[in-house]
Design a protein around this ligand. Sequence first.
Ligand code: TRP
Length: 355
Amino acid sequence: MSSKTRILTGDTPTGQLHLGHWVGSLENRVALQDEFECFFLIANMHAFTTRADKPDEIRASTLEIVKDWLAAGIDPDRSTFVLQTEVPGIAELTWFLAMLLPFNRVMRNPTLKTELETKGLGENYSFGFPMYSVGQCADILVFRPELVPVGEDQLAHMEPCREVARRFNQLYCGVDPQTEDEEYVRAGGLFPIPKAKVGRVARLIGTDGVNKMSKSLGNAIFLTDEFKQIKKKLGGLYTGRQTMDEPGDVNNALFQYVRAFITDAERVAELERRYAAGDNIGDGHIKVEVAEAIDRLIGPMRERRKAYEGAAGDEKIMSLLREHAAKANAAAEETLHLAKKAMRLDFGRRVISFG
Ligand code: TRP
């Protein structure tokens, strides 16, 4: 096993990744690959909790997300891809962790509540739907990471995960409840208490200028968008400003993009100064400048993605996922072995092999 500190994070395959994913978490993942031993999960079981009737879409999106990752710079030689359905230890651990979390605590999770609203699930959500939040604890804990790079919207899942980890360590590993989070493993616990790490822009606004960027709201710039599309989407961003000499609000949606994507700090400061003063600068011009900056960021991603186009590309992804399932299971099985031992469930030898 690598001596590097572990990271786990992931995405649910319900569509393509966009700039909100990049600034919220993906950028962090790419940057942390050297320093950490990284596991990146495709939560395809979670996708079934809201879309059990759409297996084809989930499968297609699974491949797309891995392509987005590779295009964004995640290196399959350094990092491990975890396809959730190929790692049975995750589902198994979910079952036991579900006992360590009060049901009403699960249902009070604000992220879960928001999803019930935005996905229009109403009263008719399945028994399995809230399971995903316990499942997320298992996704994380089965790899015993110390760090979980996530977007702001996922923070509400981290607290229950940390609680469950403490509880398991106390109940089954005899760790004193007074122990500091950082000390759990040294005190004999199986699970480190993982910390979240939010990206540099916690919440990227969508091109509607109102809501968080989200595929389902139709306000997203995808990592695959071409320059023309980026320009068009930004062009529709309404600021209410009429003329080049009208003083503008540097906290508006457009300037959130300026600060998120224009990398030259001096240029950002100059744009802010001229905008605030209404110093002969048009929104249209700034939009084009932002679109160019975004294109410089994602242009190389579109290029890298070309290696995975079409059926041959899909095949490459499939074989990568199979290869990585073996690595992911090796890590997960070690945890399951230790967890079951701690729970006095070490009745037999288990051998799970994938190929
Ligand atoms: N729920 C996350 C999302 O929709 C995806 C996810 C599943 C995840 N399991 C995880 C993220 C574990 C971090 C850690 O984006």
